[in-house]
Design a protein around this ligand. Sequence first.
Ligand code: NAP
Length: 472
Amino acid sequence: MSKEVKPVSVSLHPLGGGAAVTSEREAVCVFGTGDMGRSLGQRLLQTGYKVVYGSRRPLGCGPLPHGAQAMSYAAAAQLAGVVFVCIQREHYSFMETLSSQLDGKVLVDVSNNPEKNLYPEANAAYLQRLLPGCHVVKAFNTLSAWALQNGPSDACRQVYVCGNSAEAKRAVAEVATKMGLTVLDRGSLSAAQELEDSPLQLFPDWRLPLQIAVGLTAFFFFYELIRDVIYAYVVQGKDISFRIMVSLANKVCPIVSLIMLSLCYLPGIIAAFLQIYRGTKYRRFPDWLDRWMLCRKQLGLLALAFAFLHVLYTLLIPMRYYVRFKSWEYIITLIKENQTVKFDTTVGWRSDSYLSVGILGFGLYVLLGITSLPSVSNALSWREFSYVQSKLGYLTLFLCTLHTYLYGWDRFLRPSTYKWYTPPGYLLSMVVPSVVLALKLLLLLPCVDRTVTRIRRGWERTEPGEEKTFLL
Ligand code: NAP
């Protein structure tokens, strides 16, 4: 790009029903009077720019933001140095005929595509190819027309900008800054594809944790359904299907929550053992482990969501008709048979410990969730953050696992627990956390801990006869 960016500042005269413009304000042009064009034009007007729309039907394009004017694309292009192209990519070709009016100007490509890899090149690159005499800048595509209308108080304040001309990017950045937006320069126009793909992303960091959550929920739901409801129907001839709604849900939620919490800590442990085995930290982890480590935060937040559901389901237990019915039935039977029951201190201890440990675990769980919020984690030093996420995290896992052990108590000794020879879900849910906690204990042994610490500080183990070679 050797051409200079054309500075154009023109005083506009109203066309048709437009308002009279009296003061000298900088003009910007918006191509297209659709949703994006209107929202952008409205914000530009509020910022203090004159806005002139290029349209196929300048007189029939409907109501425009107050103070804006509409004219033909060719006429509008001549009136401003910066032109916002708010047109779908498939209609770009007509702009080739405007090359003489647009030559040397800054074209802001705001377009997105309905899906990824629809075209071989980025929309902005295509526009640059159509109009080689212009300075195409990709910007504003990550903002929605709705967010633009909501003004600078809206959370969507960031504008990513890329383009080959530094001067053109500066011109666009100036407009965006005046609009109260924060500009982030993403480099040359080759970054346009990435910017165009970014609004199409659908929870990329959440995909794996969500798949794990759905997979575990489905598995344990059907597992418990077979063991509880279907077993009772087939073996005892009882219909207890109503228990699906609360009892079953309250069994599945803590199971999924505990397994997912332990899955947050398992990759760190695997990584530590891998480093001990390899004797170095300078070899890349396998891709699956990298991916797993990167989604720990999302795994933890989903685990917390399941823990919340477990708490809610537990709190409504006394309200359930089934529970009230059973307790009244029990009391009435005792009265009828003139019986009394003795208070069992062991059961009291067990039940209170189970609840207390659960509450403590949940409290720390919530604390972990809160510290993972960007606004909170940004306020913590790295040491504080790793202390909370690692030390308190393992303590949370320990308390939640202990809560499950106390829930189970000696039930695993009763043969009736193993319906159709299957272990209860809560026993299965303790496998991964118990393994994680046992391996963590192993890593805390002074000799193992020393080795891991040395490796993480850069020490490397050399095999006998092996010499280190350095490329100088
Ligand atoms: P839209 O409502 O369909 O408007 C597109 C405009 O393009 C039309 O109003 C029309 O204006 C103009 N146009 C020029 N030649 C055309 C032709 N041959 N056929 C149809 N229209 C033609 O679309 P939009 O939602 O404003 O989006 C415009 C661009 O902004 C798209 O590239 C989109 O990806 C991007 N974008 C939109 C949003 C959003 O929230 N809507 C957010 C970010 C990016 P005239 O009738 O005045 O000529």
